[in-house]
Design a protein around this ligand. Structure first.
Ligand code: THG
Length: 374
């Protein structure tokens, strides 16, 4: 095989406040997410994976950019973006919120943080949501400011995350509940710390609201966690597929509704008055989707990387597509996510997958891999 081409980094591909530390730690691969560097591997995908599932890692996820919506019409604007009912949301809460266009198509799947009655952060996945939000704010003459603030998330993930975080922020971090955040003191200021993150191993996300604090915070975490074997890490492709965590742009696009993505539990479409996709989604919510994302086990040797989706076939007919796939050391099979037609989405359905290196047999799973024993 030819050597992989390199990614030329320029000003359009933004570095983060942690990039110097990430590079000093020997990062081996990057992707680009929200026009910003996102590490993909430090040691090997598999050793990063085993370490994440047993210890604690610090992740540069500054590419989870924040869109701040602030002003008298903040709630009105944010509710226009999502079919999740935001009326019961309190300051200090994080909500996972599908965001949709007027056809009910997915535009992003961010985490929404409510900072105050008139102030929200939308912690976005990889799409240029800022322009859609600014367009709506301008078009409806809303009394809001919509900006990308100087905020850079750093995640601490893994079973020992709570032990490490308590050494830097104090025992009070142990009281932070899942999908809640609270300001925690650091170097004479306060940083919002949430119990959340893009893994199923537990952990926190620190919203570093001053780029100058990035390196001091990184260094404090590594100094405090030496005996815990803390390592730099990043969202891990194996672990996130096992856990069924979706990747916008890979597993779903504007062509999909939240219901097709299995995000119907985050929609209260009848209650979400004002959501621009409400009428379109009321129809699909009442009838139900005719295809949906499922976990799939693909037989055979480790699969190559899934770039263009792979057809899923049954009796020679196309019944879906695989969007993410990788070999799982713990489950000793290829774990995958794919969109499958309702005729073939039942657990234990046997299908075929047209991988680039040939046809393989595969089995539709019940729930995610991480919900079953290894
Ligand atoms: N954290 C923050 N911002 C983010 C991500 C994150 N922005 C980009 C991307 N990740 C957005 N996508 C997701 C996908 C899944 C989850 C969070 C963000 C997630 N899901 C939980 C799960 O599926 O188990 C469910 C959450 C719930 O029950 O409410 O955490 O990771 N800041």
């Amino acid at each position: 095989m030819a050597q992989s081409p390199v990614l030329s980094i320029s000003r359009r591909i933004r570095s983060t406040p942690f990039t110097r530390r990430v590079e000093a730690a020997g990062v081996k691969g990057y992707t680009v997410y929200n026009h910003m560097l996102l590490p993909t591997v430090f040691d090997t995908l598999e050793s990063d994976y085993h370490h994440l599932k047993s210890k604690v890692q610090v992740w540069d996820v500054a590419c989870e950019r924040q869109i701040e919506v602030r002003g008298r019409d903040a709630l009105r604007l944010v509710q226009m973006l999502t079919p999740r009912d935001l009326r019961g949301m309190n300051p200090g809460a994080c909500y996972y919120v599908p965001m949709v266009d007027e056809t009910g198509g997915m535009l992003n799947d961010p985490v929404l943080l409510k900072l105050a009655e008139d102030r929200y952060w939308i912690s976005i996945a990889d799409s240029d949501l800022l322009y859609w939000i600014k367009g709506i704010a301008y078009g409806f003459r809303l009394e809001v400011d919509v900006v990308e603030p100087d905020v850079h998330p750093l995640a601490v993930q893994g079973p020992l995350a709570e032990d490490l975080m308590s050494r830097v922020f104090g025992e009070a971090v142990r009281d932070i509940k899942f999908f809640r955040f609270t300001p925690m003191p650091f170097e004479g200021t306060y940083l919002n710390v949430a119990r959340s993150g893009y893994s199923k191993q537990g952990g926190f996300e620190i919203y570093v609201s001053d780029a100058a604090l990035g390196e001091p915070l990184w260094d404090r975490l590594f100094a405090a966690g030496e005996d815990l074997d803390v390592r730099p890490g990043c969202p891990n492709q194996i672990e996130r597929i096992e856990g069924g965590l979706l990747s916008y742009g890979n597993d779903m696009t504007r062509e999909n509704t939240p219901h097709e993505c299995g995000l119907g539990r985050f929609c209260d479409t009848t209650l979400a008055i004002g959501c621009v996709g409400r009428d379109a989604l009321l129809r699909v919510a009442s009838e139900g989707p005719i295809r949906q994302i499922r976990s799939v086990a693909i037989d055979g040797d480790p699969v190559p990387t899934c770039t263009d989706p792979w057809p899923i076939l049954a009796n020679g007919e196309r019944v879906g597509r695989i969007s993410s796939a990788v070999w799982s050391p713990d489950y000793q099979t290829n774990v995958a996510l794919g969109m499958i037609r309702m005729t073939h989405w039942a657990p234990d359905t046997r299908v075929e997958v047209e991988a680039p290196d040939g046809m393989r047999t595969a089995v539709v799973q019940k729930g995610t891999f991480s919900q079953r024993a290894v």
